[in-house]
Design a protein around this ligand. Sequence first.
Ligand code: UTP
Length: 297
Amino acid sequence: MAQKVTKAIFPVAGLGTRFLPATKSVPKEIMTLVDRPLIQYAIDEARAAGIKEFIFVTSRGKGALEDYFDHAPQLEAELERKGKTDLLDVLNETNMESGAVAYVRQHMAKGLGHAVWCARRLVGNEPVAVLLPDDVIAAEKPCLQQMVEAYEETGGNMVAAMEVPEAKTSSYGVLDVKEDHGNLVSVNGMVEKPKAGTAPSNLAVIGRYILTPKVLDNLNAMEEGAGGEIQLTDAIAKEIAASDDVYGFRFRGQRFDCGSKAGFLQATVAFGLQRPDLKDELEQYLVELAAVRQAAQ
Ligand code: UTP
């Protein structure tokens, strides 16, 4: 039986340049969809999948993220005094257990593979999940939970995958598919950001992984890949060659690329429309906006 996944790495050390000037002082992962920071969605998803230890790979300027996970005694006392129990509940949901959170610094943004490698000693000899908080996935059953359930059958390494338009494959890690079994896909290889026209398929990897310690070992080589960065994709591709123990997993749900402005705006609307307290007003605004725009054409 596959070893249980109880640890997760959240790489949050990137520079977030696509959101400048905001990210000059606000970590991208603290930016909010409606009223919850991106990181909260990732934490909730990890918890639902049975994760107990949360490892953040941070960098200079990410102090607000560390504060976010602290209890806020003064604020809690004030809400208590005013009898605002609903808001207290909201706050309590964000509190993390003492000792469940660890931070490790990535001193230079050398790439996602390097960020994951920085957490290796905290992971030890266990499988680990990796969640990129800028990929937000709306799903009936949270994406990582779907993956953990599939992993319990397969073991090995697993990457979340989705079909993308051919023209967009050069922005992703792309799977070279061996056998396609629907939800599960076995693979011959994996390429990071293939040049236009060279992608082995249109099945792209998005920011959810379950990795064995061997992939973290492969990162020891510190080989630079696409864009001069140390790529997680390359370390996983090495594992495909060595052990043939890597699966693509087609998750059920809608993924929003909140690392891009367009994706972030789409997610804001989609999550706003799911909120009972906002839905009607937002929907009415969107209908009116569409009518005005159509009339102007
Ligand atoms: P991105 O490729 O989106 O990079 O990283 P970025 O720096 O966050 O954003 P842009 O492109 O400059 O706007 C994907 C994930 O990998 C993490 C990021 O924090 C994000 O969660 N990452 C990336 C690191 O932790 N370290 C790195 O060196 C690079």
